[in-house]
Write a protein that binds this ligand. Structure first.
Ligand code: PLP
Length: 296
C-alpha cells in the first residue's frame, strides 16, 4: 500500500455537471501526477474551501462535522453546494488506501474550478500525520497578534469571509513566520477591539476552575470540530462548558490553556508573549488520549 493516496471527485456538487459522464463518483489516482489545471481558480485566486480531517487508527475523525463545515464554508463563498455523500466517500476511500498508520490526515479541497467552466474541482488527499508528541506533551509558546478586524466582523462585513475555511490561508502561514521571529510556535489572534479569537489553524480552549471556556463562534472564527468534541468530552466528565467573550488577561489567568485542532489535537500553551504559564498536564493527557482514540 502507498504512504499517500489521492481520491478525485467526478462531480463535487450535484448542481454542476460531472467532469466525465459515466465515471465513478470517486476515483483513486496517482497522487504524484498532476491533476489540477493551471487556470483552476483554487490555484490562481485561492477561490475554494478545504478541510483537514484527522485519521485515528484508520478512521476519519469527526467526519460528519467536517463535511457539514465544508458545506457551510462553500455556502459563504457561494460555491456550488457540495454533494456531502460523495465527499464522505472520497474521504473514506482516501483514508483506507494508505498504509495503516496510528495517525494520519485527509485534506479535502473544493475549488470553483477553471474560470468559466462552471464545474468545481474536488479531491481528498490522505497522508501520515507529522509527529506532534512534543507539542502535546511539552506545550507551545504563543504570541498574541492583532487580526485587524473587530469582534463583530462576521456580522458587519460577511464578504471578508471570516469564519469560513477558505483556501486563502497565506495570512495564516504568514503569522507563523511572525511567531517564529518572536521566538514562539503559534499565535492567538486578537480582534482589533481586544477579544481573544483563535489560533492560526486551531481554536483556543481555557480551563477556568471546573469549566472549559472558548471564544464564541459569532466572533468571525471557525467553529472547531475538535473544540466541539472536547465540549462533549468535558460534559461526560462533569466539567462545565461555555462560549464567552475573552480578553488576553483571561488567557494569562486561566488554570489551563490549549490550542486545539484536528491532527495536532490539544497543544497546551506554556508561554504567552514571553511570559510562562502553567500547563495542566493531567487534563492535557486525558484530552489527547480521548482525541487520538476517537473512532468517528
Ligand atoms: N480555526 C482555524 C482558523 C482553523 O484553520 C482550524 C483548523 O484548521 C481550526 C480553528 C480548528 O478546527 P478543527 O478542530 O475542526 O480542526
Amino acid at each position: 500500500m502507498p504512504t499517500t493516496a489521492l481520491a478525485l471527485l467526478n462531480q463535487p456538487s450535484r448542481s454542476a455537471p460531472p467532469h466525465r459522464n459515466g465515471a465513478p463518483a470517486v476515483e483513486l489516482v496517482d497522487p504524484t501526477a498532476p491533476h489540477v489545471g493551471v487556470l483552476d481558480l483554487g490555484v490562481t485566486r485561492g477561490d475554494g474551501v478545504f478541510e483537514t480531517i484527522s485519521i485515528g487508527n484508520g478512521a476519519p475523525q469527526a467526519l460528519a462535522a467536517h463535511i457539514r463545515r465544508l458545506a457551510r464554508s462553500a455556502a459563504s463563498l457561494e460555491l456550488p453546494e457540495p454533494d456531502q455523500d460523495a465527499w464522505e466517500e472520497a474521504v473514506r476511500v482516501a483514508a483506507a488506501a494508505i498504509d495503516p498508520v496510528p495517525e494520519g490526515y485527509v485534506k479535502t479541497i473544493l475549488t470553483r474550478g477553471v474560470e468559466g467552466d462552471g464545474r468545481p474541482t474536488g479531491w481528498a488527499y490522505a497522508a501520515p500525520a507529522d509527529d506532534f508528541t512534543a507539542a502535546r506533551r511539552d506545550g507551545i509558546r504563543v504570541v498574541l497578534l492583532d487580526r485587524g478586524y473587530r469582534h463583530d466582523v462576521a456580522q458587519t462585513s460577511p464578504w471578508l469571509l471570516q469564519g469560513a475555511k477558505s483556501l486563502s490561508y497565506a495570512v495564516n502561514r504568514a503569522v507563523l513566520r511572525e511567531a517564529r521571529r518572536r521566538d514562539a510556535d503559534d499565535v492567538v489572534f486578537v480582534s482589533s477591539d481586544g477579544y481573544l479569537l483563535e489560533g492560526s489553524t486551531s481554536n483556543l480552549l481555557l480551563r477556568v476552575g471546573d469549566r472549559l471556556v472558548t471564544p464564541g463562534t459569532h466572533l468571525g472564527i471557525l467553529p472547531g470540530t475538535t473544540q466541539g468534541d472536547l465540549f462533549a468530552f468535558a460534559e461526560s466528565r462533569r466539567l462545565g462548558t461555555e462560549y464567552a467573550m475573552l480578553r488576553p488577561e483571561d488567557l494569562l489567568a486561566a488554570d489551563g490553556a490549549w490550542l486545539v485542532s484536528s491532527v495536532r489535537h490539544a497543544a497546551p500553551i506554556r508561554r504567552v508573549d514571553g511570559t510562562d504559564r502553567p500547563v495542566d498536564t493531567e487534563l492535557t493527557t486525558a484530552v489527547n488520549a480521548f482525541l487520538v482514540g476517537r473512532t468517528e
